[in-house]
Structure formats: structure tokens, C-alpha cells
Design a protein around this ligand. Structure first.
Ligand code: ADP
Length: 233
């Protein structure tokens, strides 16, 4: 079967800065790829290349078609820094956003998929907690039922409990069959939901494998041994 996403030797420069340096990877349909790396590794640039927002060198294919030319309805994207109109409610935001893609879902059902209840549905965005706001943004990204979901640091700025809950919701969305590419700077946050993890550093792929095999490769031959000092007499 053809991969949902294929990158071949993708590079991108911002002026003199190399943000991506020869990245090649592929994502199977229905699977979840986590792209992990420190700040400046190139994660956002990678998401923007797959979304067709920038035109890097090399090849970016979505279901075999050039990313720049595909029907935008096939992709849902949550940018890292994204704030929708703050006075609108989740119901209004979801309706407005989905309609741009000719989709007319039930906002309550979309909210339920990201763990938002009826009590949040008609509250202005600006009066929701940080975690609830980020959920609304995820809800907007999935509202038109994209086959491919791109999430750039979806839990950035959320408290630890909210993060865990949102990762659980994202895991459920992945299990329901949506192909997802998610960036994070923390391997520990994504190892449970990712089928594959790509470690990106300085614009290049350091390693790409299943979470278990990555841990095995790194932790494999090492053991931490602690020998207590003899008690002083
Ligand atoms: P990450 O998402 O992993 O933090 P980015 O893709 O945002 O990484 O950035 C990769 C590199 O490209 C960094 O060195 C960053 O400073 C640089 N960069 C990103 N966006 C721009 C831009 N619009 N103009 C110039 N340099 C940029």
C-alpha cells in the first residue's frame, strides 16, 4: 500500500539558516508518527512542508500527490501558535472552520471527541482554560474529518494534568484510523500513542523507529549501577 505521506530528501532554508537538511521519511496510512526534537530542530518547518505551506527542495507527497497541489480538505492542521477569534464559542468556531471546507458536522459531537462537554460548547473561547482552549483548536482541526492530521506541539502551554488528558484524546483519534503527524519536544509524551518516532536534530533525522526499538537502541547495552559508599566509621 502507498504511504499516506512520503518525504524524499527534503531540505529548506530560511535565508542562510538550514531548517531541514535532507529529510526522508514515510508514514503509513492510519498510523501515528511523532516527530521529536529540541527547539530549533526543524519540527515546525517539517509540518509546514507537509502541509504545503512552504515549498522545500526534494519531494513531499500526500497519498502520492505533491503536497503543494492537493485538496486542502484532506489535511487538518493545528499550528503551534494559534489563537482563534477569542469572543467566539467552540460551537461557532467549529461551524465556521468546518464550513470553509464544505463540512457541516455537529459541533457537540466534534467537541466530545476531544473531551469537551456541553458546558463548554457555548462559552466564549477567551473564558475557557488553557487546556480547554487547546482542545477547541484540536476540535477545529478535526472538524472536517481530514484523512491526515498535523499537530504541532498540541499540548504546548497546558498544565501537566491537562496534557495527559489531551494526549489520551489524541490517542483515541489515532486509534480511530486518522493518519497523524505530531511534534513534541518530549519522547516521554508521545511514546504511548506513536507507532513510529522520528528524532529530528538540527534539521536532520537522527533516528526513526518504533518507540520500543528506539528505547532498546539507546538503552540497549547500558546499565546504571549504583554502589553505595561504605559507611564512614
Ligand atoms: P522547531 O519547530 O523544532 O523549534 P523550526 O522549524 O521552528 O524548529 O526552526 C528550525 C530552524 O529554522 C531554527 O534555526 C529557526 O531559528 C529557523 N527558522 C524557523 N522559522 C524561521 C523563519 N521564519 N525565518 C528564519 N528562520 C527561521
Amino acid at each position: 500500500m502507498q504511504p499516506a505521506v512520503t518525504l524524499r530528501d527534503v531540505s529548506h532554508h530560511y535565508g542562510g539558516t538550514a531548517a531541514l537538511r535532507g529529510v526522508s521519511l514515510s508514514v503509513a496510512e492510519g498510523s501515528v508518527l511523532a516527530v521529536v526534537g529540541p527547539n530549533g530542530a526543524g519540527k515546525t518547518t517539517l509540518i509546514r512542508a507537509i502541509a504545503g505551506v512552504i515549498d522545500p527542495t526534494g519531494e513531499v507527497l500526500i497519498d502520492g500527490d505533491a503536497a503543494q497541489h492537493i485538496d486542502r480538505r484532506r489535511i487538518g492542521i493545528l499550528p503551534q501558535a494559534f489563537t482563534p477569534a477569542r469572543r467566539l464559542t467552540p460551537r461557532e468556531l467549529i461551524r465556521y472552520h468546518a464550513a470553509r471546507y464544505d463540512a457541516y458536522p455537529d459541533p457537540a459531537a466534534v467537541c466530545a471527541r476531544v473531551g469537551l462537554g456541553l458546558s463548554e460548547l457555548d462559552r466564549p473561547f477567551e473564558r475557557l482554560s488553557g487546556g480547554q482552549q487547546r482542545r477547541v483548536c484540536v476540535a477545529m482541526a478535526i472538524a472536517h474529518e481530514p484523512a491526515l492530521l498535523l499537530l504541532d506541539e498540541p499540548t504546548a502551554g497546558i498544565d501537566p494534568a491537562g496534557r495527559r488528558a489531551l494526549w489520551d484524546e489524541l490517542e483515541r483519534i489515532g486509534e480511530a484510523g486518522t493518519t497523524m503527524i505530531i511534534t513534541s519536544h518530549s519522547f516521554a509524551e508521545v511514546d504511548r500513542l506513536a507507532d513510529e518516532v522520528c528524532i529530528l536534530d538540527d534539521g536532520a533525522v537522527l533516528a526513526s523507529d518504533t518507540p520500543a526499538d528506539l528505547v532498546g537502541a539507546v538503552a540497549g547495552g547500558h546499565r546504571l549501577q549504583v554502589t553505595p559508599a561504605p559507611p564512614s566509621l
